[in-house]
Design a protein around this ligand. Sequence first.
Ligand SMILES: CC(C)(COP(=O)(O)OP(=O)(O)OC[C@H]1O[C@@H](n2cnc3c(N)ncnc32)[C@H](O)[C@@H]1OP(=O)(O)O)[C@@H](O)C(=O)NCCC(=O)NCCS
Length: 228
Amino acid sequence: MSYRKELYVFDGDRPVKAVIRTYREADFAGLIRIQQESFPPPFPAELWWNEEQLLNHVTRFPEGALCVEVEGELAASMTGLRVRFDPQHAEHTWEEITDSGYIRNHDPEGETLYIVDICVRPAYRKLGLGKWLMLSMYEVVVQLGLKRLLGGGRIPGYHRHADSMSAEDYVEAVMAGRLKDPVMTFLLRCGRTPVKLIPGYLEDEESRGYAMLMEWRNPFAHLSANGR
Ligand SMILES: CC(C)(COP(=O)(O)OP(=O)(O)OC[C@H]1O[C@@H](n2cnc3c(N)ncnc32)[C@H](O)[C@@H]1OP(=O)(O)O)[C@@H](O)C(=O)NCCC(=O)NCCS
């Protein structure tokens, strides 16, 4: 199944033509460039996509491999895999649940679409591309009849407060609206809801290794009482 949506996004007052579609092999160089621009140092360069990972994405779970083109230029991408998620054992690392981005653990029977990555080139930020990608992935969740979309959101704003507050207090301040985080606030604005703060999730200096696990539940799927 491949995905394609044509729409206009707004650069200020100007509508700009965009396409959200399944990415493919011909896009790999552009996708790696998006990663390089989106995750500058101190983010570890070895966590940027390589071609082997991208090949796995487009062959194992193409439904979870989406990109956005703006006026013909690749501007953003988002990638997922299917997993079986047990809310009673919610703790995991990014490496474990995404197979370090290689998704060889993609489970075609998994009820949860887990987000490996979302990134928008800095020059294309705040056009709504990240949110459009997230909404498109919600459509994939509905189309495939899955229970939820889930992912660990970085909290890169935390390093500015890490000397004076715990990560728990930081996310509480974000939830109270006293602080804004570049990723967690973005995810909240996309309709994701917090599940659990996870320490040691990713080698990510700015977030001090923390991530907030956040979900979106398929409104058409009826979860049992324990959320499975
Ligand atoms: C996080 C990221 C994907 C957001 O993409 P974007 O296209 O700029 O975001 P959008 O324009 O779609 O914004 C959607 C909403 O989030 C809000 N938002 C976006 N960036 C924000 C920020 N830095 N701080 C607070 N809110 C923010 C917007 O105001 C908007 O709110 P609205 O819909 O209520 O108007 C992008 O900044 C990025 O690629 N960051 C680096 C990579 C990364 O850390 N990815 C997350 C991995 S877990």
